[in-house]
Design a protein around this ligand. Structure first.
Ligand code: ITT
Length: 197
């Protein structure tokens, strides 16, 4: 079965591809569709944005499409950056700019108040307009400094609950086993039978 990965984030692509390893799926990236228009992510929720991205790509390509909308919700910031995680510091921000802004906003916030969670919403859309949603979350806390070089985004400041290492200090597979995306992808894999034609 051919599925187009409806994301321009290469690190997400790596994580999505790992979940599909060993399964008879042909995962294609948007590199194969250079004219596919960018989707404006103006939804108020991860779910809205994920559906918008998946449906647009399925329509454009005529294939099933899998989109991922995800982000970090920090308790002390009333759930921010949330759906704005990718553009927290500014539109087009780099990961380090976003992380720097987060650490600045949390300066002086004590350890017990640094709880956060990552959320991942996957939307699978068919060219016929059918959509299915899969969600995953992981709780943890935000550290005080950047630690580790693996992963992407806020990984170097996120300690999953019960762990002494950030996601950026873990190998990809270790992160997958406990991450928001890993959990959403496990439900997606379990539902794939429903999509096979
Ligand atoms: P696409 O929309 O093209 O998929 P994007 O990076 O813009 O790519 P989002 O709008 O879903 O994707 O924003 C997700 C942001 O949330 C991402 O850029 C990171 O800053 C953060 N994020 C999501 N998952 C993460 C993870 O596993 N580790 C660290 N940060 C993550």
């Amino acid at each position: 079965m051919k599925i187009v990965l409806a994301t321009r984030n290469r690190k997400k692509v790596e994580e999505l591809q790992r979940a599909a390893l060993g399964r008879s799926l042909e995962l294609v990236t948007l590199d194969a569709y250079p004219d596919c228009p960018d989707v404006v992510e103006d939804g108020q929720t991860f779910r809205e944005n994920a559906i918008k991205k998946a449906v647009a790509v399925a329509r454009f390509t005529g294939c099933a499409a899998l989109a991922d909308d995800s982000g970090l919700e920090v308790e002390a910031l009333a759930g921010r950056p949330g759906v704005h995680s990718a553009r927290y510091a500014r539109v087009g921000a780099t990961d380090s700019e976003n992380v720097a802004r987060l650490l600045e906003e949390l300066a002086g916030v004590e350890e017990s108040a640094r709880q956060a969670r990552f959320v991942c919403v996957l939307a699978m859309a068919g060219p016929d307009g059918r959509v299915e949603i899969f969600e995953g979350t992981v709780s943890g806390r935000i550290g005080y400094t950047v630690t580790g070089t693996n992963g992407f985004g806020y990984d170097p400041v996120f300690f999953p609950e019960g762990e002494k290492r950030t996601f950026a200090e873990m190998e990809g597979r270790e992160k997958d086993a406990m991450s928001h995306r890993g959990r959403a992808l496990a439900s997606w894999v379990a539902a794939l039978d429903r999509w096979l034609v």
